[in-house]
Structure formats: structure tokens, C-alpha cells
Write a protein that binds this ligand. Structure first.
Ligand code: HEC
Length: 181
């Protein structure tokens, strides 16, 4: 291979390199795209809280139970039947002992987890509320999700009539039954 041939090879490599660079530059010029100052799409958020407030109150309305209407579905005789499910773990009669669950005489209106000689779960012991109709309804519907960590292993009463009836039944077993709403 003489030097002339080497020169030719070098020259053609250079030419190819130049072509590449050239094409890059040219396409830059042709397809030049202005970069936006901020990346992404702008999402229009309506200002003022009016829309948000409206949707909040809406979801509250759905969560809120009309406890008076719910209790109106209940009847005591049915409540006594429903309570058979509870009596595996609870005694309702006055002076009744704790079983797997705490004694329930007079439970409505008393502070949650207030039987002295019963060892409650941490979840219930720290639940700083009273057993109102609303609280009882929520707890009996789905104990585990109403008070997370409760050790009451009971799936809950799905039917409104069952809950209403058993709540009326609980309320009967008390020295001071709560006034019905
Ligand atoms: C498998 C046993 C079991 C069944 C069935 C059961 N419970 Fe309970 N219940 C418990 C236990 C255990 C606790 C204590 C929960 C804790 O400390 O987290 C409890 C707690 C309670 C409390 C809270 C009492 C307090 O002193 O604050 C109420 C109210 C209650 N149960 C009502 C009912 C009703 C009404 C039913 C039937 C619809 C029922 N339970 C069915 C075991 C049971």
C-alpha cells in the first residue's frame, strides 16, 4: 500500500465524518424546536375553594347516617334474636360477667372501654369517645374498620335492620337508656 492510497483512505474517512457532522447541523437548522421554559403541561386549577368545598360537603353527606331513620327500622324482638350472635362473647344482663368480650349492661352512653376489670385492646382503650348511637352503629357495621386494631373478632352486621334492632336491644339493658333521637 503506498502513501497515495493511504491518503485516499484518510481523505474518504474525513469526508464521511464531515458529511455526518454536516447532516447533523443541517437537520438542526431544519427541525429546530424551541424548548419550553418549563417542562410539562400546565393544568388549569380553578382558584377559590368553592368547588373543593362543595365536593367535601358532598362526601360528608354520603358518610353521615340519619341515625333516627336507621333506628326506626329496628324492633326489640328482632334485636333479641340478633344478640344471639353476640352472646357467644358478651353478657348483656345486669351484673353479668365479662366473657371473651366485656359485659355490655348499660354500654350505650358509657365511655368506650370503661369496664375496669376487662383487658381491652390498645385500640379500644385509647379510643377516647362515648358509645353514642352513631358510634355503636359504625362499630357494629364493621368493627375492624371503625376502630382499627380492636380485638373484637366479629365481622359486623351488614343489614341496617339488624344493627338498628340490636342497638335498641342494648339500650334497653341499662339503668339510664339513651333518649331515642
Ligand atoms: C367473637 C367474640 C365476639 C362477638 C361475637 C362479639 N363481640 Fe363485641 N367484643 C368482643 C371483644 C373481644 C371486645 C373487646 C374489644 C377490644 O378490646 O378491642 C368486644 C367489645 C365490644 C364492645 C365495646 C364495649 C366497651 O366496653 O367499650 C361492644 C359495644 C360490643 N363488643 C358489642 C358487640 C355486639 C352488639 C355484638 C353482636 C352483634 C358483639 N359485640 C359480638 C368480642 C365479641
Amino acid at each position: 500500500m503506498d502513501s497515495f492510497e493511504i491518503n485516499k483512505i484518510v481523505a474518504s474517512i474525513l469526508l464521511i465524518a464531515l458529511l455526518f457532522i454536516g447532516i447533523g447541523k443541517i437537520s438542526d437548522l431544519i427541525f429546530h424546536v424551541e424548548k419550553p421554559k418549563t417542562a410539562g403541561y400546565k393544568v388549569e386549577i380553578p382558584d377559590g375553594n368553592s368547588a373543593m368545598q362543595a365536593s367535601e360537603t358532598k362526601s360528608e353527606d354520603i358518610d353521615e347516617v340519619d341515625i333516627a331513620a336507621l333506628l326506626a327500622l329496628g324492633d326489640l324482638a328482632h334485636g333479641e334474636k340478633v344478640f344471639k350472635k353476640c352472646s357467644a362473647c358478651h353478657v348483656i344482663e345486669k351484673g353479668g360477667a365479662n366473657k371473651i368480650g366485656p359485659a355490655l349492661y348499660g354500654v350505650l352512653g358509657r365511655k368506650v372501654a370503661s369496664i375496669d376489670d376487662y383487658k381491652y385492646s390498645k385500640a379500644l382503650a385509647e379510643y377516647d369517645k362515648e358509645w353514642t348511637f352513631e358510634e355503636m352503629n359504625g362499630y357494629l357495621k364493621k368493627p375492624q374498620s371503625w376502630i382499627k386494631g380492636t380485638k373484637m373478632s366479629f365481622a359486623g352486621l351488614r343489614k341496617e335492620k339488624d344493627r338498628a334492632s340490636v342497638i335498641l336491644y342494648l339500650n334497653k339493658f341499662s339503668d339510664n337508656p339513651l333518649q331515642l333521637p
